[in-house]
Design a protein around this ligand. Structure first.
Ligand code: NDP
Length: 298
């Protein structure tokens, strides 16, 4: 029988605020020890979405009283010039976290830039050393912000990950793959049975219907329908997609990878877009920057 009641909504902004309350205490403690955590964000070119992300990261640093450096570089910058700027931040002791906003212009080899970061300052968690630490379950590494934000959102919402069957849609290095690794880790915040599906998966709906928790991260507007889930499943929507909407002043609106209207009638718990996973991603970037600052003292 189909559940006709609406699912409980997880408000990512409220959960992120709880995270910030903890971070504010940690920042005060670090400042008392003479350290102001510092984040450097490098923006190459003028992609409007990237610019908006960088602005919100900078704004959040200011709100929390972190040292924030925003470096805007022209799209014409060469690979070696960009690497040189990264190396400057690697050497700068007032900077604990560095990130190069993705995507860079096409002539830039993004993987090579990531390898150029000091892994101790790689707060996005994309450096091979941090990827290895995630696989090895070494907690000193940095985990990418969106996956760790999804895990925190589940835990803060009282959803049991331990022993649950989690189906992750998407296998990107930014979301799907690190999330799968994180949730299968052998600890009480992990211990999930994880299945990952992607564009080549057969019987996708059959697999997602067997999940206790479904996490959609594929970048396909409203892809996941109510037929994809079982009654009472927990649904986390990572997707951020623009769909045309003439009625909206901006000419578009943001939707997730989940057909919210129908899925929310069948799920027990669901995240909205916007206001679900998004706010957690930036909160986790701040948390990773603090972690980098704390570890720099050790
Ligand atoms: P990518 O495009 O890098 O990866 C998409 C993944 O989804 C791939 O593994 C792809 O499979 C899979 N996929 C695509 N289409 C289908 C399909 N029809 N069925 C099954 N699997 C499919 O995207 P990202 O991981 O970077 O981002 C995913 C979404 O999350 C986007 O909407 C993005 O905007 C959003 N996002 C949100 C963030 C937030 O803070 N809330 C942060 C980061 C991303 P294959 O590997 O076979 O190609």
């Amino acid at each position: 029988m189909t559940n006709t009641t609406m699912a409980k909504l997880i408000d990512g902004r409220t959960v992120a605020e709880r995270v910030y309350a903890g971070l504010r205490r940690d920042i005060a403690e670090l400042k008392a020890r003479g350290v102001t955590p510092g984040l450097a964000v490098i923006l190459v070119g003028d992609n409007p979405a990237s610019r908006a992300y960088v602005r919100s990261k900078d704004k959040m640093c200011h709100e929390l009283g972190l040292h924030s450096v925003k470096l805007e570089l022209p799209a014409s910058i060469t690979q070696s010039e960009l690497l040189a700027r990264v190396e400057e931040f690697n050497r700068d002791s007032t900077i604990h976290g560095i990130l190069v906003q993705s995507p860079p212009p096409e002539h830039i080899d993004e993987a090579a830039i990531v390898r150029g970061l000091d892994p101790r300052k790689d707060v996005d968690g994309f450096h091979p050393e941090n990827v290895a630490k995630l696989v090895l379950e070494d907690a000193s590494g940095f985990v990418p912000c969106t996956p760790i934000g999804v895990q925190r959102l589940l835990l803060e919402s009282g959803i049991e990950i331990n022993g649950a069957h989690v189906v992750v849609l998407g296998r990107s290095m930014i979301v799907g793959k690190p999330l799968a690794l994180l949730l299968m880790q052998k600890n009480k915040n992990g211990n999930a049975t994880v299945t990952v599906v992607h564009s080549r998966s057969r019987n996708l709906a059959q697999i997602t219907r067997s999940a206790d928790i479904v996490v959609a991260a594929i970048g396909r507007a409203e892809f996941l329908k109510s037929d994809h889930i079982r009654d009472g499943a927990v649904v986390i929507d990572v997707g951020i997609n623009r769909v045309e909407d003439a009625a909206n002043a901006r000419g578009y609106r943001l939707v997730g990878d989940v057909a919210f209207e129908q899925v929310s009638k069948k799920a027990s718990v669901i995240t909205p877009v916007p206001g679900g996973v998004g706010p957690m991603t930036i909160a986790m970037l701040m948390a990773n920057t603090l972690k980098a600052a704390r570890q720099s003292l050790a």
